[in-house]
Design a protein around this ligand. Structure first.
Ligand code: CA
Length: 247
C-alpha cells in the first residue's frame, strides 16, 4: 500500500489548485499526475479510500478525482464520507460507465463523473468546469429568493419550505436555485444540463429527470398535479411562481 505522497513542493504550477487523485492503479495515477502538473495543478495521490478521507481533512483540496474501484472501500462510500465533511467538488471516475454507478454517485453528492479510459484533457476540462461553478456560487452574493412558500438562500446554499429546511443534495439545490431564478418561466432541458451540470456533459439527460424526481419528493410535490415543479414535455421544467391554483 502506498502512502499519500505530496507532490506539491515539486509542482511546476506552485500556487495552483490542489487536485487530490484517488486511484490505486499506479499505471494510471503516475502519468495522469504528470499531466495535471503540466496543466498547472498541484497534486496529491491517495491509493485507498481511507487515505483519501484522511487527505481531504489534512490538505483541503480544491477538487477530488475519485476512482470508484478502490482496494479497501467502495468509492461511493468514500464519496459519502467526504461529502459529509466538506463541500469539495468531487469528480467520480468509473470503470464501467454503468448508469447506476453514475446516478448513485451523483445522488451521493458527486459533481460530475468520467468514464475510464479517459482522455486527460477531458478530465482537465471537467476539473476547470467544476471549479468555475464553485467560484460562481461563492461570488453569487445573492439575496434570498422567495417563490411561493419556498425560500432559497444562494449564498448559504440552504432552502426552506414553509419555514422547514429542506435537506437537499448539492445538485438538487443547484437545480432548485436555477429554476427559482426563472420562476414562472420554462427553463429548457439543455439550459438546466448546461448550468447545473456541465456543457460537456456526455451522459444521458435521464440524470436531469432523476434529480427532478428527487426534488419533487423533497418538496412534497405530486407529479400528477404539481404545485411547484411543472414538466413541459420535450421542453423543460418550470418552478411555478404563483401559489396553488384552484383545481
Ligand atoms: Ca481502481
Amino acid at each position: 500500500m502506498h502512502a499519500g505522497r505530496s507532490e506539491a513542493s515539486s509542482a511546476a504550477g506552485d500556487g495552483g489548485l490542489l487536485v487530490l487523485l484517488v486511484e490505486d492503479e499506479q499505471s494510471i495515477a503516475e502519468p495522469f499526475m504528470a499531466v495535471l502538473r503540466r496543466a498547472g495543478f498541484r497534486t496529491e495521490l491517495a491509493g485507498t479510500g481511507a487515505e483519501a478521507i484522511t487527505l481531504v481533512s489534512a490538505h483541503d483540496p480544491d477538487v477530488v478525482l475519485l476512482d470508484l474501484g478502490l482496494p479497501d472501500m467502495d468509492g461511493r462510500d468514500v464519496c459519502r464520507r467526504i461529502r459529509a465533511e466538506c463541500d469539495v467538488p468531487i469528480i467520480m471516475v468509473t470503470a464501467s460507465g454503468a448508469v447506476t454507478d453514475r446516478v448513485v454517485g451523483l445522488e451521493l453528492g458527486a459533481d460530475d463523473y468520467v468514464v475510464k479510459p479517459f482522455a486527460p484533457h477531458e478530465v482537465i476540462a471537467r476539473i476547470r468546469a467544476v471549479m468555475r461553478r464553485g467560484r460562481r456560487e461563492a461570488t453569487g452574493g445573492e439575496r434570498q429568493l422567495r417563490v411561493q412558500d419556498l425560500t432559497i438562500d444562494a449564498g448559504a446554499r440552504r432552502a426552506w419550505r414553509a419555514e422547514v429546511e429542506l435537506e437537499l443534495t448539492r445538485k438538487e439545490f443547484d437545480l432548485l436555485l436555477r429554476l427559482a431564478r426563472d420562476a414562472g418561466r420554462v427553463v429548457g432541458r439543455e439550459v438546466l444540463m448546461s448550468d447545473v451540470w456541465d456543457v460537456n456533459w456526455f451522459g444521458s439527460t435521464k440524470t436531469l429527470d432523476v434529480h427532478i424526481g428527487w426534488l419533487r419528493r423533497k418538496l412534497g410535490d405530486d407529479p400528477e398535479a404539481p404545485r411547484y415543479l411543472r414538466t413541459v414535455r420535450g421542453v423543460g421544467f418550470m418552478l411555478v411562481a404563483d401559489g396553488p391554483q384552484a383545481q
